[in-house]
Design a protein around this ligand. Structure first.
Ligand code: ATP
Length: 328
């Protein structure tokens, strides 16, 4: 017999990403659709420990589908990493009559959910929310598509000034461990070179490529660099290196930073969030637990949380080749 679920709690945890609000809205409204209660938990696991809860109905999520960030706020909670912290969280959930949890966040948040599930047998379901797109079991995480569009728009603007002044720009984008944003925006914005954590293209090759493009008549260039690029140099060190070796270049650096995490979610992210929220709630009602809902081959699919946490996402190497050809 299926466990009776009367009330689901939803929280956002870790770094925020565009589409989290649309996912909260989807969870809340799917609960209402199936006539079960829903409570919002503020500030991720920290709010769970402090009992910072709010009953949510379909009207409490009006006008948020288009908003960046998260109305439930997000937090990183050291206390939840301790058994005492998790005990307080469990007691609060029981007191509030919560039967299952939807966690919207990254792999750290999923690890917390898995530990909590193991300890208390508490039903949990994950929705991947991070702009880095580095979670196994989904082709897209919430916020990734929006971040791509934000970055491309900004690089287009940087290109205007690069062309006007014959400059070379190093543009640093987010991605400490994964180069998805750099690789895709680099191609989308027509970058000369793309430096990512997964591949060491080497400094020599960078210089070669820049020399080639200069010889072929290009007077300005954009190089997109992921935060964690494998060459292991900061964008500022890269600038110094190129200036030393190619003094004819006027080199500038632009670090895009947190603006990549903000803004109104793209249509893709809003639709994805809506689909994942429905699946998360309905899977809980079917008695499932300890899964992440994601998008695989354009279908919403479940992946065990453990795999989502431990599995590795690969970059599409063909994109590197496409980028090379495009910068001819
Ligand atoms: P982002 O991709 O933005 O970093 P994330 O979900 O990976 O998002 P983390 O800061 O790694 O973000 O994790 C969020 C929270 O999950 C932590 O602050 C902590 O409360 C909880 N958490 C992470 N790892 C564990 C763990 N091993 N045990 C219990 N809780 C954990």
């Amino acid at each position: 017999m299926l466990p009776k679920i009367n009330k689901i709690g939803v929280l956002t945890s870790g770094g925020d990403s565009p589409g989290m609000n649309a996912a909260i809205r989807s969870v809340v409204r799917t609960c209402a659709f199936h006539s079960i209660e829903c409570i919002g938990i503020y500030r991720g696991y920290q709010g769970m420990i402090e009992g910072d809860f709010k009953e949510m109905g379909p009207r409490s999520v009006n006008n948020i589908v288009n908003k960046g960030g998260t109305i439930l706020k997000s937090a990183r909670s050291k206390e939840f990493m301790t058994a005492e912290g998790r005990k307080k969280a469990f007691d609060n959930l029981k007191k509030a009559g919560v039967d299952a949890l939807v966690v919207i966040g990254g792999d750290g948040s999923f690890t917390g959910a898995e530990v909590f599930n193991k300890e208390y047998g508490f039903p949990v379901m994950g929705i991947p929310g991070t702009i880095d797109n580095d979670i196994f079991g989904t082709s897209h995480t919430l916020g990734y598509d929006t971040a791509l569009n934000t970055v491309v728009e900004v690089i287009d603007k940087i290109r205007d000034t690069a062309i006007s002044h014959n400059r070379l720009f190093f543009v640093e984008v987010m991605g400490r461990d994964a180069g998805h944003i750099a690789l895709n925006t680099g191609i989308g914005a027509g970058a000369e070179e793309i430096l990512i954590p997964e591949e060491d293209l080497g400094l020599e090759r960078l210089l070669e490529s820049l020399k080639k493009s200069k010889e072929s008549g290009k007077s300005s260039s954009i190089v997109v660099v992921a935060e964690g690029d494998k060459i292991g140099k900061t964008v500022f060190e890269l600038k110094d290196y190129v200036e030393e070796n190619m003094p004819e270049y006027d080199v500038r650096v632009s670090v895009l930073g947190h603006m990549q995490r903000g803004g109104s979610p793209s249509c893709f992210d809003r639709v994805l969030a809506s689909r994942l929220g429905v699946k998360a709630v309905e899977s809980i009602l079917e008695g499932k637990s300890n899964f992440m809902v994601g998008l695989l081959n354009d279908k919403v699919a479940l992946t065990p949380l453990e795999q989502a946490i431990k599995g590795h996402t690969e970059i599409d190497k063909e994109l590197l080749r496409v980028s090379d050809i495009m910068s001819t």
